[in-house]
Every structure is written in structure tokens, then in C-alpha cells.
Design a protein around this ligand. Structure first.
Ligand code: 13P
Ligand code: SF4
Length: 332
């Protein structure tokens, strides 16, 4: 993961002057980041939705569960979370003695924003006997109102760990919630939240593309809507999608999740073809998460140099939200 990938910046063999300049700037930044990181005993945790340049300098690269597990185990003094705000908050809750940095403090998440704590508290109070399961993509205050947290890679396991006699509230992602109802056969009360990236995929255009490439398999993240998931050959978290393309015998895939994942897919299987699933609005790059992409190599450099922006939470909130994450880690 230490070297920069020229192919990620431009596919053509004929690099323009501006590309070469960008590469050399990136490579200088990357080596500076690696040097400072070593001096400060810092570690970079990056999500698969980060830009290729950031993925390449990460010490640990993975899905939301893996990043939480890494944050809980690290011996580093500083954790740079190249991901979004809820991931940095989770790292702080799990390992409060560490300094947690997020390259861009505005890197939020539409799912987390779709569940304001005040409204969720009132919602939960309507079902006093229900077990509250929250998807990790939510604010620390929502985790504090939850019995247990889950990610897309352990959600079925978490739901199945709850006695069948218990009522379940699932928040904030209604799409993942509907998928889990189908998979586990459990009735759940769903919060009405969604991820704008996964809601942007167009069923009609995916079908047209699949007809054009009949040997391509269609794979999707469970944050996608039900009609999209119904036609998928495989559904899974980012890490499950990556495992699938490595073990499956097909040579091409239409991929319905944030397009950052394609960097690792192409690295793992350079001979296979990966096509990002089309979105409804062709004028936007909606399959890119605007929040994830707020982090850049330059911001990461400034962040590690200045040890800012730092993510801090008050002790009371850490104490109230920790139990729900610990329960998830214990069964993962
Ligand atoms: P996973 O990487 O855990 O599948 O989550 C996807 C996601 O949307 C993170 O924000
Ligand atoms: Fe949130 Fe969706 Fe972006 Fe993931 S892809 S961080 S769920 S907005």
C-alpha cells in the first residue's frame, strides 16, 4: 500500500504535463505524510470509499467494522481517520485516550444526518419494550440511545443475536432495514433514513447495462433500495463485495456502491472488468460520496502536521454510547 498508482490518476500511457506534476506533488505529500506519521507514532485508517491516493498510504484499509476493530486495538498515539465523521467519533468512543483526527471535519454522512437525536429519542420512547439496533452510520447520540450497533458486514448476526420474542427498532437506514427483515425473517420498526449515494442508482439504467453486458454479474451494497437489491447476483458490505469478486468466476461486474471501491477491485483482479452502476441523474457524479471525497491528500498532510481537526466528545457521551459498540465488537 506504500506506492502511488499511476493508473489511478490517468489510464492512458500518454501522461500530460499536469498529470505528471500532480503525481510528483502527490508523491511528495505522500512521503511527507509517511515521515510525520512515523515521527508522531500515528496510524492512518482509511475506508474503501476514499480516493486512491489516500487508500495507498493507509496503514489499515477496510470497511466500517474493520476500521472500528483497528481503532480499538491500535498502539498508536494518534489515529487519522480517513473516512467520515461517524467513523472518527466511533474511534474516539472505543479508544478515548487516543488523539483522533479527521482530515476534513465537514466529512459527514447523509444517513447520520437523516436521524436527528432529538427526533429519534421521541420515536424510541413510543416503543419502550423494543431493542434498539443502530447502524454504525449514525451520530454518537444515536448510539447512546441504542442497545447494540451493527455494520453492514455483521448486521444479520446482530439481528439474529436478539431473542425472537423481542421487538426491534432499526435505524437509521430503511433500505438496509428492509433487506434485513427479508434475510432474517424478523419484523422490525424502521427509521426512515437513507444514504443519498445508494439511493441514486437507476434500476432502469442498470437493467439496460446488464442487457448490454449479459455475462456481467450485478453486485450491490445493502444500503441500495429494494428494487435494486432484488435483481442483484450478490449483496454485501464493501469487504464482502471485495471478497466476492476475488472468488467468483465471472470476468465482469456492474457495481452498485460508492465508486471508490473500484480502485481495490481493479487492484485485486486486474484482468476483470468493473463497471460502476449508473445513476438516475447523469449530470452528477452521484455514485461518489461527496462527504468521503472531502478528504484529500493535501488535507490529510495538513491534518497530521497540525494535529487538527481533532474529534473530541464529552466523557458523558462516550460513556453512554460505548456499551452499544462494545456489544457489537464482542459478537463480531
Ligand atoms: P461498509 O464499508 O461497512 O460496507 O459501509 C459502507 C458505507 O456506507 C460506509 O459509509
Ligand atoms: Fe454516508 Fe452514504 Fe457516504 Fe456512506 S456513502 S458515508 S452511508 S453518505
Amino acid at each position: 500500500m506504500k506506492s502511488l498508482n499511476i493508473g489511478s490518476i490517468k489510464k492512458s500511457n500518454h501522461l500530460k504535463y499536469s498529470d505528471v506534476k500532480k503525481l510528483s506533488e502527490n508523491s511528495n505529500l505522500a512521503s511527507e505524510i509517511l515521515r510525520i506519521k512515523k515521527d508522531k507514532n500515528a496510524v492512518i485508517l482509511a475506508h474503501y470509499y476514499q480516493s486512491p491516493e489516500i487508500q495507498e498510504i493507509a496503514d489499515y484499509l477496510g470497511d466500517s467494522l474493520y476500521l472500528a476493530q483497528c481503532a480499538s486495538k491500535t498502539n498508536a498515539d494518534i489515529i487519522i481517520l480517513a473516512g467520515v465523521h461517524f467513523m472518527a467519533e466511533t474511534a474516539k468512543i472505543i479508544n478515548p485516550s487516543k488523539k483522533i483526527l479527521l482530515p476534513d471535519v465537514k466529512a459527514g454522512c447523509s444517513l447520520a444526518e437523516s436521524c436527528p437525536p432529538k427526533d429519534f429519542k421521541a420515536f424510541v420512547n413510543n416503543y419502550p419494550d423494543a431493542i434498539v439496533v443502530s447502524y454504525i452510520n449514525c451520530a454518537a447520540e444515536i448510539k447512546a440511545l441504542s442497545h447494540i450497533v451493527c455494520t453492514s458486514s455483521n448486521a444479520k448476526k446482530v439481528i439474529n443475536s436478539i431473542p425472537r420474542s423481542k421487538k426491534i427498532i432499526f435505524a437509521p437506514d430503511k433500505n438496509l432495514g428492509k433487506y434485513l427483515i427479508k434475510e432474517t425473517g424478523r419484523k422490525m420498526i424502521l427509521w426512515d433514513g437513507a444514504c443519498l449515494v445508494h439511493e441514486a442508482f437507476s434500476l432502469e439504467k442498470i437493467i439496460t447495462l446488464a442487457n448490454k453486458y449479459p455475462s456481467a454479474k450485478f453486485i450491490a451494497h445493502p444500503e441500495s433500495t429494494s428494487p435494486i437489491l432484488e435483481i442483484a447476483n450478490f449483496i454485501g458490505s464493501t469487504s464482502a463485495l471485495l471478497n466476492y469478486i476475488q472468488t467468483d468466476s465471472s470476468n465482469s461486474y456492474i457495481v452498485a456502491t460508492e465508486s471508490g471501491i473500484l480502485h481495490q477491485m481493479r487492484k485485486y483482479c486486474p484482468k476483470k472488468t468493473f463497471i460502476p452502476a449508473p445513476v438516475e441523474d447523469e449530470s452528477c457524479s452521484c455514485s461518489e460520496c461527496g462527504y468521503m471525497k472531502l478528504n484529500t491528500l493535501e488535507k490529510l498532510y495538513k491534518c497530521i502536521l497540525n494535529e487538527s481537526p481533532e474529534i473530541n466528545l464529552n466523557k458523558d457521551l462516550i460513556n453512554r454510547s460505548k456499551a452499544s459498540i462494545d456489544r457489537m465488537l464482542a459478537i463480531s
